[in-house]
Design a protein around this ligand. Structure first.
Ligand SMILES: [Zn+2]
Length: 323
């Protein structure tokens, strides 16, 4: 079992790499739902990418990668925090069939309306503070290409990604140029062909290799001649941030009327987290209490600027669904 991520520095080439291999963490993500094979592959690639990018950022909080599709896949989400705790989920349009050999375009960008969204949600976000969000049209024919385009247009960072996934493992390599670090090579002279050599090595990565060989061996096999400095080796784990409080907020956002309608059909609401499938039960009495508390808060805070209920109503990306 491997759930590790390594960060490497190629000083003379002004480049760095992150390489990740997820087994247990990835299996936890897929175990919560039964997705068709092409969707498993896409989600695994996005999950690997979220860990690679998160590890490369100097940012405390959560990185959320979202692809909003216009085909059978409506939404792919992978979220990874700065401690490399990650979770992911998929929303499918159940009315649309998914062929075994469906392409990226077939799944996500049928009429070219797909979007790639990157959200940076800082830890300890202040009330009223919005997370950073970047949106670009979905381009390219793989997750790696879409993300490379995003990094080029939004972050002006030359990035290459090699992403692979199957039902058992998800893995990836990210190569990134480091502009502006030219003067800090510790006296080493600039390696003008370094970047091109790294790209050539990246192109040799195959899915069957990176998904089966141990991360240390894979790293050695790829880069032993380049002799990179190893900056860090970190553990990645599954982590869901759902809670009863967040589900309560979601019910408040839905509104009293909707909740009452749902309660007509069943005595209690059972809300499942889309990410980890945890079940949260709210009885009729508990729902009533929730809305009473909200009204009370609204009266108390009518003139105050900091309104906890207003905060509760903020749109979140982790809205669970009622099943
Ligand atoms: Zn959860």
């Amino acid at each position: 079992m491997e759930d590790k991520l390594k960060s490497l520095l190629f000083e003379a080439a002004d480049a760095r790499a992150q390489i990740v291999r997820l087994d247990k963490t990835w299996q936890k993500v897929v175990s919560h739902n039964e997705y068709p094979a092409p969707v498993v592959e896409l989600l695994g690639q996005l999950v690997a990418a979220s860990a690679l990018l998160s590890a490369s950022l100097k940012f405390e909080g959560s990185l959320i990668l979202q692809i909003k599709g216009d085909g059978p896949v409506v939404l792919l989400v992978a979220e990874c925090n700065s401690k490399l705790g990650l979770r992911a989920t998929v929303k499918l349009d159940e009315t649309k069939a998914i062929a075994e050999n469906a392409s990226y375009k077939d799944l996500l960008n049928v009429s070219g309306k797909g979007l790639f969204v990157v959200v940076l949600d800082p830890k300890n976000r202040q009330p009223g503070q919005m997370p950073y969000q970047g949106v670009v049209e979905l381009s390219g024919s793989t997750i790696a290409e879409s993300l490379e385009n995003y990094m080029r247009t939004s972050e002006q960072l030359e990035t290459r990604l090699y992403l692979h996934a199957n039902h058992d493992a998800a893995a990836g390599l990210m190569l990134q140029q480091m502009p502006g670090e030219g003067g800090k090579r510790n006296g080493k002279s600039h390696d003008a062909d370094g970047w091109e050599r790294l790209l050539a090595l990246g192109h040799t990565v195959t899915g069957s290799e990176i998904l089966s060989i141990a991360l240390d061996d894979m790293t050695h096999r790829l880069f032993w001649e380049e002799n990179p400095a190893q900056l860090a080796e970190r553990t990645v784990q599954f982590e869901c941030t759902c809670s009863r409080l967040k589900v309560g907020r979601m019910l408040l956002r839905l509104g009293k009327h909707e909740v009452e309608e749902a309660l007509k059909e069943q005595k209690q609401l059972c809300v499942h987290c889309d990410f980890c499938n945890s079940a949260y039960i709210f009885t009729q009495a508990q729902c009533e209490h929730l809305f009473e508390a909200e009204e009370l808060e609204e009266n108390l805070n009518a003139d105050e600027e900091e309104d906890p209920i207003k905060d509760l109503r903020k749109d979140g990306d982790d809205q669970p669904t009622i099943h």
